[in-house]
Write a protein that binds this ligand. Structure first.
Ligand code: SAH
Length: 361
């Protein structure tokens, strides 16, 4: 049995079942055994867009160089990435953005928000030769310059709470929080015995049929609010890319190990746990702080508008032997059958500022 499973079982025996969010947090980020804390899972368990092709990070770099230019070329700005993985996206963005606008790369004060010591090491290697700072959360960053921020596949890793409907008295519907409990030494899903108080449930959850599952990811909108407040007051732009739904209902909690779906309760700490991102909730959080919002748009469309096909033609001319691979990479990133529509892009900036590139208005 994994060390983490034992730790979780001990905790459940001592204090009862854990809310799903707490389980997810421990499975991913437990300082001793958390999935991200000791290893670099990228490539081994899953592959992200920047790891598929350098074109992805290069186009995002051009997006930010243009957004920076359109916002008056500030001489210094915070260039922040949330959950930078192997550091590939940041390296590709700085290289491509710096090629078209050298001042952009010089003005960038890079901070990587990363929880994992193992991944911080990988990021330091990817960005060797560049001054980079690390932080555990955005709150550590001074609000002394515009903020340009990107997050690719970060929000899907934030802990989620789930609520399930059951039949109450008469025709009443009750919402119960979904918990992780123990049965015969195994971890199993269970419902909290007491329903969520009526007033709270009515406020937070829409009307739903019996058995419906509703997810709330509290930290996602909270982080977006923090980013939006900074951008509205100091300027800048944010780009959030992830898999998710424009508006949603249902259970999207999943585990992935070695490129295949796995049982999310079987081996905590050994598989990646994620949920689909609720883009409507993130967009709402940004708007509430007064930001101007673009999207969510499909990743495929966004990359098309930014000119991925033109970029591919140029790359193919420079490396004809790679042509087949380059076409396969584009297909993977943009085709609706692969990452093209499940992955979505949301952007926001201060109000009354020029439109951000990549979105068809
Ligand atoms: N953006 C990268 C990696 C995605 S994997 C890419 O596209 O390849 C998720 C990343 O978020 C990892 O770097 C992981 O360690 C980090 N992460 C997850 N939860 C975090 C948290 N709460 N705080 C900081 N980093 C976190």
């Amino acid at each position: 049995m994994s060390g983490l499973k034992e730790k979780i079982l001990r905790l459940i025996r001592a204090q009862g079942p854990l809310p799903l969010a707490q389980y997810m947090q421990m499975a991913l980020l437990d300082p001793e055994h958390g999935y991200y804390m000791k290893r670099d899972p990228l490539g081994r368990d899953f592959v992200t867009a920047p790891e598929v092709s350098q074109m992805f990070g290069e186009l995002i770099g051009l997006f930010f160089a243009q957004a920076w230019e359109d916002r008056g070329r500030p001489q210094r700005f915070h260039f922040v990435e949330l959950g930078p993985g192997r550091g590939t996206l940041m390296a590709d963005m700085l290289r491509a953005g710096g090629k078209v606008r050298p001042d952009f790369a010089r003005a960038a004060d890079v901070t990587l928000i990363e929880a994992s010591p193992a991944l911080r090491d990988v990021q330091a290697r990817a960005l060797a030769g560049r001054r980079v700072a690390w932080a555990a959360a955005l709150g550590e960053l001074a609000e002394d310059a515009p903020l340009f921020l990107v997050a690719n596949e970060f929000f899907d890793a934030l802990p989620v709470r789930q609520f399930v409907t059951t039949a109450g008295k008469g025709h009443e519907i009750n919402w119960h929080e979904r918990m992780v409990a123990e049965r015969d030494g195994a971890l199993v899903f269970a419902l909290a015995p007491d329903p969520v108080p009526k007033a709270l449930a009515l406020q937070a959850m829409p009307a739903a049929p019996l058995g419906a599952v509703f997810e709330i990811q509290q930290s996602g909108p909270a982080i977006v609010s923090d980013i939006a407040v900074r951008i509205v007051s100091r300027g800048g732009a944010a780009l959030v890319i992830d898999y998710g739904h424009a508006a949603g209902f249902g259970d999207t909690f999943q585990a992935v190990k070695a490129h295949a779906f796995a049982d999310p309760l079987e081996n905590p700490g050994e598989a990646d746990l994620t949920v689909h991102v609720d883009f409507a909730a993130l967009a709402e959080a940004a708007r509430e702080e007064g930001a101007q919002v673009w999207g969510p748009a499909a990743q495929g469309e966004f990359l098309d508008v930014l000119g991925i096909r033109l970029r591919a033609e140029r790359l193919k001319r420079a490396q004809p032997e790679q042509a087949v691979q380059i076409d396969a990479d584009i297909d993977r990133l943009t085709n609706p059958a692969h990452m093209g529509t499940l992955f979505k892009v949301l952007a926001f900036a201060a109000p009354h500022t020029p439109p951000l590139p990549g979105f068809v208005c």
